[in-house]
Design a protein around this ligand. Structure first.
Ligand code: NAD
Length: 257
């Protein structure tokens, strides 16, 4: 059986790597991407562990031309892409009036616009082949807001809306598109936020974890990257055929409030 191919952006760290590992465990060939210096080694290691083909690209997704090259190289090395998981994302925390314009632009460009580019380049082939899965890693902040995160909340609400449109357009062709909306997951991105928020609020990092972060997450524990990976595998299975256009919270009850 030929391996289905999953292209996962920002997959050499954190949630993306967790998803890549679960998709590889399920037998998908993985096209890795990320800015980590050891990205190629990470990809090779996962490929070896699960016996699947891998490709790695250090493409900077802030540049549409690099996205195009990344997709072309993936198709050349692994074949047509069946599953697209838009995961790469960055965060910056500041009050609106102090928000650096270049940070706003970068967050919108990576967290929202890069997903438009990967989707526009891959969805045509999925439609032609009458099967495809697009999963956008949004956030609990795709459904609700927190102060000091204007660009991130705007981009994540945007990607939830974008996912719905792609779902409608893909529906006649067997192409589903969903957004996953995790609460706090303990990854390098969150560790940096803990430091930033400690500065913004003038409190210790331990206090940020209990009083700022998990205060909104009723289960009082971080989400695991493996759990997000398992949901992706499920959405790519036959059981996910009719699940499309959703924004699925994995947030320990945050959005139930
Ligand atoms: P992370 O920092 O561990 O990983 C981000 C990945 O994106 C890395 O591989 C990084 O190299 C890559 N990346 C960053 N800028 C890039 C660029 N310009 N071009 C290509 N790749 C780039 O972060 P994470 O916590 O794993 O976050 C992954 C996704 O999950 C993000 O979209 C984030 O918004 C979302 N998310 C995270 C949490 C959380 O609590 N960690 C919660 C909800 C949603």
């Amino acid at each position: 059986m030929t391996q289905k191919v999953a292209l996962i952006t920002g997959s050499t760290s954190g949630i993306g790597l967790g998803i890549a590992r679960e998709m590889a465990r399920a037998g998908y060939a993985i096209s890795f991407n990320g800015l980590e210096a050891d990205g190629a080694e990470t990809a090779a290691k996962v490929g070896k562990e699960f016996g699947v083909k891998t490709y790695f690209s250090p493409a900077n997704l802030l540049h549409p031309a690099e996205i195009e090259t990344y997709i072309g190289e993936t198709e050349k090395n692994l074949g047509s892409v069946d599953v697209l998981i838009n995961n790469a994302g960055i965060q910056f925390v500041a009050a609106v009036e102090d928000f650096p314009v270049e940070k706003w632009n970068a967050i919108i460009d990576l967290n929202l616009t890069a997903a438009f580019h990967t989707t526009r380049l891959l969805v045509r082939g999925m439609k032609e082949r009458k099967w495809g899965r697009i999963i956008n890693i949004a956030s609990a902040h795709g459904l609700t807001a927190s102060e000091f995160k204007s660009a991130y909340v705007a981009a994540k609400h945007g990607i939830v809306g974008f996912s719905k449109v792609v779902a409608l357009e893909g529906a006649p062709f067997g192409v589903t598109c969903n957004a996953i909306c995790p609460g706090y997951v303990e990854t390098p991105l969150v560790k940096n936020q803990i430091k930033d928020q400690a500065k913004t609020h003038g409190i210790s990092e331990a206090e940020v974890i209990q009083k700022v972060m998990l205060v909104k997450q009723p289960v009082k524990q971080f989400v695991k990257v493996e759990d997000i990976g398992a949901i992706c595998v499920f959405l790519c299975s036959d059981a996910g055929n009719l699940i499309t256009g959703t924004a699925l919270p994995i947030d320990g009850g945050w959005n139930a409030q």
